[in-house]
Design a protein around this ligand. Structure first.
Ligand code: NAP
Ligand code: GDD
Length: 347
């Protein structure tokens, strides 16, 4: 039985990757931050009490800002594969929390790589996946591929560039098996509610049912290459199964504006978004990334990865469960319960 360790297991991608690896009969270990509220909701469908026999998912308290915890977890879990997904992953928030973002995204990766150096020092072998981002291309002209120079436009993106180069340097300097995945935006019904796609599907479905009146957004002209998270985590695993480590762009190759996403989601809901969407400058970024469109020819040829879910299918896949959620909220509200609209002003 192979063992995998996932940092960021409670996030969108971490939860999809954990499911994917469990289905492949891996023993899966995940690093979870201590929080005063539950942060393991996305793992609920696969979590089993550790007292039960046959459990293949194990969670460990740790943090990528705490090198000692990473070393302890490596010793306890003894993984064959490590997926470094932990991040303060919100681009706009990275302007508010620049130092913290660098500490988690850039130095956090370095801490994990240093822990890995110790872990392999007695001859153990491990393969390492680094979660790179299309944000690293920033202002570079599309289509972007592995040879496109990085031009980061936020503290988050600059930190991901640093992490990318740390990973590449550790591969060359110490002969470690490390792959950088450069993933373009990928979404799902589990997407955090402050990212634009989920913010739109949550709000429009609530508006449809009369639970909310307005949706405040920033720049509608930005273009993104949006894929489905379930397809993208598969690419992470495929990279680590190759004979030699390498870096790969993972993207659908199609780009759409925020406005197009809004149009399609609104037409599925039957809502006229022009009546309810308003601009709020707090959602604009000091420096924006205008146009991302990936060229994943290398991954398609070398690791035989390709996306399965189209843009239109993705939008529908996100609207439908949010409509169901809104119906549940409406039922509660009609029964006299207070339905709280959580934190949408933050992203
Ligand atoms: P996400 O939903 O924001 O999840 C981030 C994960 O990192 C969460 O589990 C979070 O824990 C954890 N985390 C944050 N700070 C941490 C710390 N100090 N120590 C340990 N864990 C910490 O992000 P995602 O969409 O799944 O993305 C996964 C990775 O891919 C991230 O590195 C992201 O930057 C990168 N990426 C994402 C995309 C995309 O479109 N989704 C594209 C390219 C690259 P909590 O649950 O406790 O907050
Ligand atoms: N979040 C947000 N909220 N974005 C908005 C809003 C809003 O109200 N209005 C417009 N946007 C625009 C942003 O300005 C950006 O151009 C675009 O919508 C997408 O924003 P996000 O959904 O926040 O994602 P992102 O592209 O900035 O970053 C995501 O993808 C990266 C990969 O390219 C994150 O998942 C990053 O972690 C990831 O690396």
């Amino acid at each position: 039985m192979k063992k995998a360790l996932i940092s960021g297991i409670t996030g969108q991608d971490g939860s999809f990757l954990a499911e994917f690896l469990l289905a492949k009969d891996y023993e899966v270990h995940g690093i979870v931050r201590r929080a005063s509220t539950f942060n393991t909701e996305r793992l609920d469908p696969i979590y089993a009490d550790p007292h039960e026999r046959g459990t293949a998912l194990f969670l460990h308290y740790g943090d990528v800002t705490d090198g000692a915890s990473l070393r302890h977890i490596l010793e306890k879990s003894r993984p064959d594969e490590i997926y470094n997904l932990a991040a303060q992953s919100h681009v706009r928030v990275s302007f508010d929390q620049a130092e913290y973002t660098a500490d988690v995204v850039a130095v956090g990766t370095l801490r994990l790589l240093e822990a890995v150096r110790d872990y392999v020092s007695d001859g153990r072998e491990v393969r390492f996946y680094q979660a790179g981002s299309s944000e690293m291309y920033g202002a570079a002209k599309p289509p972007q591929d592995e040879s496109t120079p990085f031009y980061p436009r936020s503290p988050y993106a600059a930190s991901k560039v640093a992490a990318h180069w740390y990973a590449l340097n550790y591969r060359e300097a110490y002969g470690l098996y490390i792959c950088n995945g450069i993933l373009f935006n990928h979404e799902s019904p589990r997407r955090g509610e402050t990212f634009v796609t989920r913010k739109i599907t949550r709000a429009l479905t609530r508006i449809k049912l009369g639970l909310q009146q307005k949706l405040f957004l920033g720049n509608l002209d930005a273009k993104r290459d949006w894929g489905y998270a379930g397809d993208f985590v598969e690419a992470m695993w495929m990279m680590l199964q190759q004979p030699e480590p390498d870096d790969y762009v993972i993207a659908t190759g199609e780009s759409h504006s925020v406005r197009e996403f809004l149009d399609l989601a609104a037409s599925i809901c039957g809502v006229d978004w022009k009546r309810c969407v308003e601009l709020d400058p707090r959602y604009l970024r000091p420096t924006e990334v205008d146009f991302l469109q990936g060229d994943s020819s290398k991954a398609r040829a070398k690791i035989r990865w390709k996306p399965r879910v189209s843009f239109a299918e993705l939008v529908r896949m996100m609207v439908e469960p949010d409509l169901e959620l809104a119906h549940q909220e409406k039922t509660l509200s009609e029964a006299g319960h207070r339905v709280v609209q959580r934190g949408l002003s933050q992203g």
